[in-house]
Design a binder for this molecule. Sequence first.
Ligand SMILES: *[C@@H]1O[C@H](CO)[C@@H](O)[C@H](O)[C@H]1NC(C)=O
Length: 214
Amino acid sequence: MCECDDCECCGCFGSYSRFACGFCIGLAIVAAVAVIIVLVVGYGHAAQPRFEVEDASLARFALTATSPTTTISYNLTLTLAVRNPNWAMGATFRSLEADYLFDGQRFDRVDVAAPGYVLPARKTAVFRIASGADEASVMLGSAGVKAYRRQSGKGVFDVEAALSGQVKYQLHSTWCRLEARCPLKLQLAGGQDAAAVVFQKTTCELLRSSQRGC
Ligand SMILES: *[C@@H]1O[C@H](CO)[C@@H](O)[C@H](O)[C@H]1NC(C)=O
């Protein structure tokens, strides 16, 4: 029926064999290029995880100012959503922690995700972090103590959650440092104000990484 003498790559296409060979090779090249593009786009540049505080409640926030040390006793619960925006790459966390700051000074540090936590591509994980302390020391100067008194009068405190961690993306080899800031307005639960303020979802501001490939 047909003769297969001058083409081996695509089998027998009779008198069209030369054309068919070229077509097959062309198709193979297009397919290879498409695969490379998919790999580069999907696995090349990694986007940083996104953080959002969905809910937060402050059950206690009391300052004891006895110089030289100032201490805070507090109870805070935070619901933090962490989203991996990459469509192909999972993200592995070596660490993810939150520092709580008042007036720029840290009064506690809590773990958010356990080391080795994997967040699959396109997924959002929600962490509920409850913490408290009876005497957390904090380096507040007189300005900080004043800020506390002022905010205490209103029953609403400006507390910042500063997130930090290290993350590695699938097929990548670098551990990328992550930093994000979440400024929170927290109303003290059971405060004198009958009109409870509903917590506003807060998107955390990501600090851009200066690391290569992160
Ligand atoms: C508040 O924090 C303290 C730790 O100082 C803890 O013992 C207590 O159970 C917490 N209270 C609530 C209601 O979570």
